[in-house]
Write a protein that binds this ligand. Structure first.
Ligand SMILES: Cc1cc2nc3c(=O)[nH]c(=O)nc-3n(C[C@H](O)[C@H](O)[C@H](O)COP(=O)(O)OP(=O)(O)OC[C@H]3O[C@@H](n4cnc5c(N)ncnc54)[C@H](O)[C@@H]3O)c2cc1C
Length: 303
């Protein structure tokens, strides 16, 4: 587990040690390409450069309840007086919960025998009231983890779009505006995982720049296959052909967690993929797979 605060201070600390790095806090209004240069317009003025790396949602395709599920979660960092956790064992998806609002599970990520992050996570069309997340967490900690006395040290909340909408790798002519992060389609449609994919993409960009090559990186054939798997799983969930609980339970029953995690990192081999493909409800996945294979809709920026 990497805490956002630690990550920000490492990256920003490193970046600020360079004289040619400047930080500005201004609302970005637009980006365009003029005479071969990338131009950034903010509330305070204009900047130009060879490239813009964009992580704003200015060019995102339209997301709606037909093509997008929200992954929403509330996490509680708790501390107990006596040792109750095994810090060597995390729980990725505990599905022993009501599924009335969609795919619903808990993460339990202990960092010591008295400290853990417990995260109530749902994939559904809309978020819940704050009290609903809190009630579910309280109940799970007391009834499933059997912890009666604990201190809540920190609460976190997040919403990540899991979308079939097609995000573009670049915007505007000459690929001078390169989308990164969620804006570039680096949120995995089937799980919402983003962090790891952003790190991989950004390293590729750096390598290309060092070689004086364009940082607009095209998808490899393997990336496209994984994108198709992700879109298929999300299509099954959106069309409610199978529940998340049924899909993930079957996956984890028939494959080792290590293999599934490699698969979710887009990093598995042909044989493991074959086994994983055969671990999901076949009919539901076949029709969604075909539909996603032939969905040719191009990325459509909102503006
Ligand atoms: C509590 C929490 C836990 C999470 N856990 C995980 C996890 O375990 N694994 C994982 O992969 N992901 C996780 N995520 C999701 C992950 O943080 C996001 O997917 C990731 O931050 C997306 O990165 P990004 O750079 O695309 O966008 P962001 O981090 O959202 O960055 C976009 C930036 O652009 C700025 N911006 C937007 N529009 C404008 C504008 N017009 N002008 C100026 N600035 C603008 C925003 O202020 C923001 O700083 C979590 C999120 C939360 C909130």
């Amino acid at each position: 587990m990497i805490q956002a605060g630690d990550f920000y201070s490492l990256v920003l600390g490193h970046a600020s040690s360079f004289e040619n790095v400047t930080f500005k806090t201004e609302a970005i209004l637009d980006m365009k390409v003029k005479d071969g240069n990338a131009i950034l317009e903010t509330e305070k003025g204009q900047y130009s450069g060879q490239y813009i790396f964009n992580s704003t949602g200015l060019f995102n395709p339209e997301m709606n309840t037909q093509n997008t599920l929200l992954q929403h979660f509330m996490g509680w960092f708790i501390q107990t007086d006596s040792p109750v956790f095994n810090e060597k064992i995390g729980t990725l998806m505990d599905f022993r919960l009501e599924q009335a609002n969609g795919t619903t599970f808990m993460y339990v990520l202990p960092t010591s025998n008295t400290k853990a992050l417990i995260e109530y996570t749902l994939f559904s069309e809309s978020t819940l009231d704050k009290e609903d997340y809190q009630m579910a967490l309280k109940e799970y900690i007391e009834k499933e983890l059997k912890i009666k006395h604990y201190e809540l040290t920190h609460e976190e909340f997040g919403v990540i779009p899991m979308s079939l909408a097609k995000f573009s790798a670049t915007v505007k002519e000459e690929h001078r505006i390169v989308n990164i992060g969620t804006a570039g389609g680096f949120t995995k449609a089937s799980t919402g995982y983003t962090f790891q994919f952003v790190q991989k993409h950004v390293s590729q960009i750096v390598n290309e720049l060092k070689l004086n090559q364009s940082p607009a990186i095209s998808l490899t054939w393997k990336d496209s296959i994984y994108a198709w798997y992700d879109r298929t799983l999300l299509d099954v969930l959106l069309s409610k052909k199978a529940t998340g609980r049924a899909i993930f339970s079957s996956l984890f029953k028939k494959n080792s967690p290590e293999k599934i995690l490699s698969f979710l990192d887009n990093d598995s081999n042909f044989w493991d993929e074959f086994k994983i493909r055969n671990s999901v409800p076949l009919l539901a996945f076949m029709s969604s797979g075909m539909r996603q294979l032939f969905s040719k809709k191009k990325a459509q920026p909102k503006n």
